[in-house]
Design a protein around this ligand. Structure first.
Ligand SMILES: NC(=O)c1ccc[n+]([C@@H]2O[C@H](COP(=O)([O-])OP(=O)(O)OC[C@H]3O[C@@H](n4cnc5c(N)ncnc54)[C@H](OP(=O)(O)O)[C@@H]3O)[C@@H](O)[C@H]2O)c1
Length: 397
């Protein structure tokens, strides 16, 4: 268990849970039942995943008592002007949190422990830039036809930093910086006020955020009556965000890391492999343990029962200080999912220096089992009826 203690919220959250993105329908019901039978203490879902009914059904089928499992869900994914953008869903929009929460409660058939704001993106250009890393290694590894190709130009220049920079420029060129900063902050603040209202109305036990860089957590200190107890975001040995870890700790916020299983190539990394051999565990168990021992919750996704058991058993051993330091040293500041700089560009003031996150890195040569590419997505309309849209999303965030 990991403790949080922030303005307005105090408690503990399980250190390991089951991620459920891309797992849908009967497969999701079975995965949830299996995980709860194995003793998983936490399930992670989101309105975006189109699987909240299945998660709720799996919980009910498992017979596990409500108090024995922590359930996290997420809403408020899209900026209000993002219509037509990647994965757009008009029922999951910032400013409309109250309606999205009601829809989630209906889909889940239960009250979750924690609702998160799924990401901080306040505008279309910011959203397009922030999510852009998905279109490289992650989608390529999953065989998605949305993966950017080629990855290198004939002169050897890497496409990723070039295109990321172009996406970022669309943010700063889309508005004057002062107006952009004011507008973006107002949207983030309104979203959080809606979350605070939901908590006060008893719609969940706790509220938090997801994909918020350190500077946006600091900004919340200025406007939050209740601080978020959790910030869920990409965090694995290749992208460890030590600054954010320090900021979260300073504020008593628990980080939950995702990308544990999708941190490409990490399972064949010689450093991790050597530690795994020494402690007699698998490489993914070492990565999960490193996450939890860093004070960060882990939510690896799998629908394979043997993998579920393996991941849960990652808590049964300790890593030495030397092993922890060796894994810390693998950090490359290289996000596969979200580019935090996109949101930092909306803060106003000096443009943050482009960090190592923008640098070109060769795609790791070896990768873990790819996520299943999902080609259809279902979402519920406000009246509870289901609509299906065809997408080529590989690993929904
Ligand atoms: N807040 C956000 O924006 C956000 C973004 C991304 C993810 N998330 C959450 O975090 C969860 C995890 O992230 P993710 O879905 O991107 O996946 P992930 O956990 O990074 O990786 C999943 C991959 O790891 C493999 N895997 C898991 N355990 C394994 C094991 N023991 N041995 C071998 N392979 C293993 C899975 O394969 P098998 O299925 O074959 O086991 C799958 O291909 C999500 O499901 C979601 O709940 C949140």
């Amino acid at each position: 268990m990991l403790s949080f203690n922030v303005k307005g919220q105090e408690g503990v959250i399980p250190a390991v849970g089951l991620g459920t993105a891309t797992i849908k329908g009967d497969a999701c019901v079975s995965a949830v039942v299996e995980a709860l039978k194995l003793g998983y203490p936490l399930l992670d879902t989101a309105l975006l995943y189109g699987n909240q009914e299945a998660v709720g059904q799996g919980f009910h089928d498992s017979g596990v008592a409500r108090d024995d499992v922590w359930i996290t869900s997420k809403i408020g994914f899209f900026p209000p002007d993002a219509e037509g953008c990647w994965m757009w869903d008009e029922l999951n929009v910032k400013g409309e949190e109250a309606a999205s929460i009601e829809l989630s409660l209906k889909q889940l058939g239960l009250k979750p422990d924690l609702f998160l704001v799924h990401n901080p993106c306040a505008g279309r250009a910011e959203y397009n830039a922030a999510g852009f890393p998905h279109f490289f290694e992650l989608f390529a590894d999953a065989g998605s036809d949305m993966a950017v190709k080629p990855t290198t130009l004939p002169d050897g220049q890497e496409m990723r930093p070039l295109l990321l920079e172009a996406r970022r420029n669309q943010i700063v060129n889309s508005d004057d910086p002062v107006a952009l900063a004011a507008k973006s902050r107002a949207i983030r603040e309104r979203t959080w006020k809606n979350m605070e209202a939901a908590l006060k109305a008893g719609k969940c036990k706790y509220i938090g955020v997801s994909n918020y860089p350190a500077a946006l957590l600091e900004e919340m200190v200025e406007y939050a009556e209740i601080m978020p107890c959790v910030n869920q975001l990409e965090l694995h040995p290749r992208y460890a965000s030590p600054d954010l870890q320090a900021t979260a700790k300073k504020h008593g916020v628990v980080l939950t890391g995702y990308g544990t299983g999708n941190s490409l190539g990490i399972y064949t990394d010689p450093v991790i492999q050597k530690i795994a051999d020494e402690v007699g565990k698998s490489t993914i168990q070492v990565v999960i343990k490193w996450t939890v021992q860093s004070g960060v919750a882990a939510i690896p996704r799998t629908s394979t029962p043997a993998h579920m058991a393996e991941n849960l058993a990652a808590l049964d051993f300790d890593l030495s200080a030397e092993d922890m330091a060796a894994i810390d040293a693998l950090n490359e500041d290289y996000p596969y999912y979200w580019d935090p700089l996109a949101s930092l560009l909306t803060l106003g003031g000096e443009r943050p220096a482009t960090s190592a996150a923008a640098r070109a890195a060769p795609a790791p040569s070896s990768a873990p089992a790819a996520a299943t590419v999902t080609t259809t997505q279902t979402a519920a309309n406000r009246d509870g009826s289901i609509r299906t849209t065809t997408t080529t999303v590989a690993t929904p965030v």
